[in-house]
Design a protein around this ligand. Structure first.
Ligand code: CU
Length: 142
């Protein structure tokens, strides 16, 4: 975890590096946080897994709707290397978009260990600045 001071410094550096660039990142509301309501880290579950997304300090809006202080959820499944934070989140079986504004899903997973992580994207599926991202949790599917 990084402190809010580090976060602020990081934001400033990133913001400065964007000055003059064509792309302006969507700012994350101060204190915004995303996390898993279910399942919890280390939990053993059976498939399909009900995954519930928790979001504090900002709102959910469908993809394509530009509204300050909002975004939509992306669920990263078994992703080791995070996607680029200045581009739209990829869309494939490892990067699931919830562009309708959904806050939960039913996920089919094979038996064994899997990792899950949440990443909020703006109206264009691009992470906020700084990114609003959950911890990565590991679950075991029976
Ligand atoms: Cu998206």
């Amino acid at each position: 975890m990084i402190s809010s001071t580090q976060r602020f410094l990081l934001s400033s550096v990133l913001a400065a590096s964007l000055v003059g660039g064509a792309h302006a990142a969507t700012p994350a509301p101060e204190g915004a946080a995303v996390y898993f309501l279910t399942p919890t880290d280390g939990q053993t579950v059976s498939s399909p897994v009900t995954v519930r997304f928790g979001l504090d300090g900002m709102g959910v809006a469908p993809a394509g709707v530009e509204r300050e202080g909002t975004g939509h959820h992306h669920l990263l499944v078994d992703v080791d290397e995070l996607p680029a934070m200045d581009q739209p989140v990829p869309s494939d079986e490892h990067h699931r978009h919830f562009g309708g504004g959904q806050t939960q899903t039913s996920l089919e997973l094979s038996p064994g260990q899997h990792t899950l992580q949440l990443l909020v994207g703006d109206h264009q599926h691009v992470p906020h600045e700084p990114p609003v991202m959950s911890e990565k949790i590991t679950i075991t599917v029976e």
